[in-house]
Structures are given as structure tokens and as C-alpha cells.
Design a protein around this ligand. Structure first.
Ligand SMILES: C[S@@+](CC[C@H](N)C(=O)[O-])C[C@H]1O[C@@H](n2cnc3c(N)ncnc32)[C@H](O)[C@@H]1O
Length: 225
């Protein structure tokens, strides 16, 4: 694990309790007005039998998908977040980092209809680890659904090119967050990198702020070829 990856892991350990409170109280405006509904819609449109929520955090998206009867699991490297998720559903959450994903077993499910990464691809090698795990964990023509900050907005004044950036966490509600680096990718890079692992782009959506009409996030749906 390199220094940036270690800082990402450490930051989630520190931020876990604050993050859990912020999500439970729906204190992130962009999530409440656009991105939560957008990822649920993107998943349900595919009519999956099964899902794996990769970097599930405290498990809100799993709960949303369990409730209409979709079978699935959530994984996350942060033990405190998985503990929070298990308060609601003890049996469907596992502590697992992306680097261990390809060999992880999920009881009744051998192959998933889709892997979902909702704002959870943060490090440079995460994409590779998840794309490679998909070859073992996805059924034929299975999908990887990714929601991330929209690159044109997240780029800010920096050059529009791939590279490590520092988070500019501002406090949310009364919570203070420990900063961590994250790896920025252009839209072209997201698509080209998945092509390189034999996935094709099936769909792309750009959820917008309902008033400013600026894109908030981007959702890629990749299909395993
Ligand atoms: C911004 S949170 C998003 C959580 C959740 N998907 C949601 O929508 O609320 C990012 C999550 O990715 C997890 N994560 C980041 N890098 C990881 C890795 N290499 N292996 C496993 N989990 C990781 C963190 O622990 C954290 O829970």
C-alpha cells in the first residue's frame, strides 16, 4: 500500500462515526437533492437479481436495495462503518478491502448481476482492483455502476488531467472531517481504463442540481464483455 492509499484508509477510520451521523441525518445536500436518487434509479433500471455494494460505508444503499427484495452484500475496508451497517442487517456486510475482493466469498452468491461503487473509488489502484475483481465476481455481461464527483466540476482550477488531489472537506453539519488524498480522473480516462480491462460503456448519466442545473455527479455503467 502506498502512502496515499494508507492516508485514505486512515481517514475513514477517523471519519467513520462522523460519516455515519451525517448520512443518517441526510446532511449532504447534493445527496439529498440528486445523487442518492440517481444511483438507486441507475441500479434499478438494470433490474439486477443481485448486487455487491463496493465501499458500502454505513450501508444506506444496501438497505435501499434490500427493501424491494434485491439480494446482495456490502463490503468496506473500514471496520467501524461495517459495524454501523450491521446494526441494521447483521449478515450481509463484510470488512474487505478492494485488494482482497477477488478472493472474497459471499455465501449463496457466486456471481453478481452488478457491482456498485457509489463515491467509493478514491485511490488510483481502486479502479484496477475492482475491474479485476469483476472478472471473478460478475456474471456474464454483469455491470459495474460507478457514481463519482463530476470531473468538470471537481477539477476546479487545476489542469484537466489525471492525478492525486487533496480533499477540501468543509464541515458538514457539526461534523469535522479528517482530509485525505483522492485520485482525479478525466471522463476520457474513466472510460479508457475500463476498456483496458475489457468493459464497455453501456450508459452515462450526469445528475444535475435542480436549481443551478450544473452537473453534480457522473454515473458510468460499464458492462463486462
Ligand atoms: C465516500 S464513502 C462512500 C460510502 C458509500 N458508498 C456511500 O455512498 O455512502 C467511501 C467509502 O469507500 C471505502 N473505501 C475507500 N477505499 C477503499 C478500499 N481500498 N477498500 C475498501 N473500502 C474502501 C471507505 O471506507 C468509505 O466507506
Amino acid at each position: 500500500m502506498n502512502e496515499n492509499e494508507q492516508r485514505i484508509f486512515d481517514s475513514w477510520k477517523i471519519n467513520a462515526k462522523s460519516w455515519t451521523r451525517v448520512i443518517h441525518h441526510q446532511q449532504i445536500e447534493s445527496r439529498a437533492i440528486a445523487t442518492d436518487a440517481a444511483i438507486i434509479k441507475a441500479v434499478k433500471e438494470l433490474n439486477p437479481q443481485t448486487f455487491l455494494d463496493v465501499g458500502c460505508g454505513e450501508g444506506w444503499l444496501c438497505r435501499q436495495l434490500f427493501s424491494p427484495g434485491i439480494d446482495g452484500w456490502g463490503v468496506d475496508a473500514c471496520a467501524d462503518l461495517i459495524e454501523a451497517a450491521r446494526l441494521y442487517n447483521d449478515s450481509r456486510f463484510i470488512v474487505c478491502s478492494y485488494s482482497d475482493l477477488r478472493s472474497q466469498k459471499f455465501e449463496n452468491i457466486l456471481r453478481f448481476s452488478c457491482l456498485i461503487c457509489n463515491f467509493s473509488i478514491l485511490g488510483q489502484r481502486d479502479l484496477t482492483q475492482i475491474a479485476e475483481a469483476g472478472c471473478h465476481l460478475l456474471e456474464d455481461h454483469g455491470k459495474i455502476i460507478i457514481q463519482t464527483l463530476h470531473p468538470l466540476i471537481a477539477c476546479g482550477d487545476a489542469p484537466y488531467e489525471d492525478g492525486w488531489r487533496e480533499t477540501s472537506w468543509t464541515g458538514i453539519g457539526n461534523e469535522v472531517f479528517h482530509p485525505a488524498p483522492w485520485y482525479f480522473r478525466t471522463i476520457e480516462s474513466w472510460i479508457q481504463e475500463f476498456y483496458g480491462y475489457n468493459y464497455r460503456l453501456l450508459n452515462l448519466q450526469e445528475p444535475c442540481h435542480p436549481i443551478t442545473k450544473k452537473p453534480i455527479s457522473i454515473i458510468f455503467v460499464f458492462e463486462r464483455c
